[in-house]
Ligand binder design. Structure first.
Ligand code: SAM
Length: 315
């Protein structure tokens, strides 16, 4: 029988699975979200819970080995202002950002099964080129930080920062097994006005494992062979997936097709999946589709409500 955990920061709708008690963010509990939560509990196919709070604190309350995999996309460094104290991505330096993420994923690793994996989507950015301000984004004024962070030590203006690989190596040094990088190629990427380099059309997904041997269902994500008479082949490391339009007012969603591959390879039906940066809840929507249980942690109550709406609608 599903249960609500009203002592949580917010919302929840368990699919009958147990979840760790978290009770520190009671003041963030919105009336509107409560009604979503009640609807979700009635929702027969829902297997997700959402906890509002800072993932760095919320994760402490989960027991070791609770999750089979983590599928997530942290905020970019210095790019978007989510308007919340404690937000990751607003650190003054890229090193501080990476330290914050390493600490968070260190704790997430404790909550993973010994054979568990982390699927981490992360994009890169450029130094400011000497500018300390950004143009206002007319479509969404809350979208971009209104300043550009200082150029990190050792880099020049216009340098690509290399955030994904800095983070990957830092996580490797912290004990994670770095198993592969995957290029998420976006055939429908945003045009850029640059004329001195190619338009950036990819991000990374890194697959990390907690141990040398781990659960990975290669058959679940085989890809079609070029010759249709041949059998499907092992999934390659370049994934061509269009971005999806932002639902509601969240503006950094990753596409369901991308998350489907990570969840299908990283877990079995009924397993528990964690997304510590839940945003608009894409990981939860996919977990519901694929019969996985999911815990999403999100700092911003408005986004948790958006995620609830999406879970209710099922897309
Ligand atoms: C890139 S977005 C995730 C988008 C999500 N994958 C989706 O498809 O909607 C990152 C999210 O992390 C949240 N966030 C930032 N700092 C956080 C923290 N310390 N704990 C939990 N969530 C945080 C932001 O509010 C934002 O919604």
């Amino acid at each position: 029988m599903p249960e609500t955990h009203q002592e949580h920061g917010i919302v929840t709708a368990g699919g009958g699975q147990s979840s760790a008690p978290v009770g520190r963010e009671r003041d963030l509990f919105h009336e509107e979200a409560r009604s979503y939560a009640e609807q979700l509990v009635e929702h027969p196919r829902n297997r997700c819970e959402i906890i509002v709070g800072d993932a760095r604190r919320v994760l402490h309350d989960f027991p070791a080995g609770h999750f089979q995999c983590v599928v997530t996309s942290p905020p970019y460094w210095g790019l978007r202002d989510y308007g919340m104290g404690g937000q990751i991505g607003a650190e003054a330096s890229v090193d501080a950002y990476i330290d914050d993420l390493v600490r968070l994923f260190h704790e997430a690793r404790r909550t993973l099964a010994e054979n568990g994996t982390l699927w981490l989507n992360i994009g890169d950015s450029y130094t400011s080129g000497g500018r300390t301000w950004r143009d206002v984004d007319e479509k969404n004024k809350g979208r971009a930080m209104d300043y550009r962070p200082a150029t990190p030590d050792g880099l020049k203006s216009k340098d690509l920062i290399g955030v994904p690989w800095k983070l990957a190596f830092a996580l490797q040094a912290d004990g994670w097994y770095l198993r592969t990088d995957i290029i998420w190629n976006k055939p429908n990427c945003q045009p850029e006005s640059v004329k001195d380099r190619p338009t950036r059309s990819h991000e990374y997904i890194f697959l990390f494992s907690k141990s040398e041997r781990y659960f990975y269902d290669s058959e679940a994500i085989m890809e079609a062979a070029q010759d249709p008479r041949q059998k499907a082949k092992n999934r390659r490391t370049v994934w061509n997936i269009n971005t999806e339009p932002y639902p509601g007012s969240h503006f950094a969603v990753y596409p369901r097709a991308l998350v489907q591959l990570c969840v299908a390879a990283g877990s079995r039906i009924g397993d528990r999946v964690l997304d510590p940066f839940f945003g608009s809840g894409t990981t939860g929507v996919v977990c519901n589709e694929l019969g996985r249980n999911c815990i999403g942690i999100e700092l911003k109550p408005d986004y948790a409500e958006l995620a609830l709406e999406r879970l209710l609608k099922g897309r």
